[in-house]
Design a protein around this ligand. Structure first.
Ligand code: ADP
Length: 191
């Protein structure tokens, strides 16, 4: 079983790399951002509740996102070589909840891969993405807020996994293929 957390600031390329990892290692991709955007597009009750947080660049409250993840992780964990979590956990409370969830399923995280990208490059990429993504949170003011939230609430999750020896950081500057190569080497060393 290979259960990976892919972490990194907004714009670090987590989603792009996740797609490549999923294909190479036959994992299930669980992206909380994608799940939330699907709910918003469907205008579900949940989608309407989360929209205001997302468009402000804030995190959706822990209890809400933990419920959503719980619903999906049980199904996903059944019939694959493992899962890749993209966008979760984003707070230490979420990491703690995840550990409890996985324990109940008799599973554990193999590695957290932290994709590191310079702040200027992040902003450049997100502004560029905003021109085509149609995402309500890809505009400068919201991008700055998301980076802020990342540093205060999400970076401490790295410490959480450092303490259990599962943290690995990867240089996220370069071409998509170069970065994927670095990530693949890390995963292969963990198998
Ligand atoms: P990015 O990494 O580019 O910020 P995501 O697609 O992962 O994009 O997330 C978009 C938004 O969805 C976040 O800014 C946040 O509002 C919400 N979100 C996603 N995952 C979580 C989470 N685990 N906890 C709280 N909010 C989340």
């Amino acid at each position: 079983m290979l259960n990976i957390i892919i972490s990194g600031a907004p714009g670090s390329g987590k989603g792009t790399q996740s797609d490549l990892i999923v294909e190479k290692y036959t994992l299930k991709h669980l992206s909380t951002g994608d799940l939330l955007r699907k709910e918003m597009a469907e205008k579900s009750e949940l989608g309407q509740m989360v929209e205001s947080y997302i468009s402000r660049g804030e995190l959706v409250p822990d209890n809400m996102i933990i419920d959503i993840l719980l619903k999906h992780i049980e199904n996903q964990a059944e019939d694959s070589n493992g899962i890749i979590l993209d966008g979760f956990p984003r707070t230490v409370a979420q990491a703690e909840a995840l550990e409890i969830m996985l324990k109940k399923l008799d599973k554990e995280i193999s590695v957290l891969i932290d994709v590191k990208v310079d702040e200027n490059e992040l902003i450049k990429r997100l502004i560029m993405r905003g021109q085509t993504s149609g995402r309500c949170d890809d505009k400068l003011e919201t991008i700055k807020k998301r980076l802020d939230v990342y540093h205060t609430l999400t970076e401490p999750v790295n410490e959480f996994y450092k303490n259990s020896g599962k943290y690995i950081s990867i240089d996220g500057m370069g071409t998509i293929a170069e970065i994927f190569d670095r990530i693949s080497q890390t995963i292969d060393s963990k198998r």
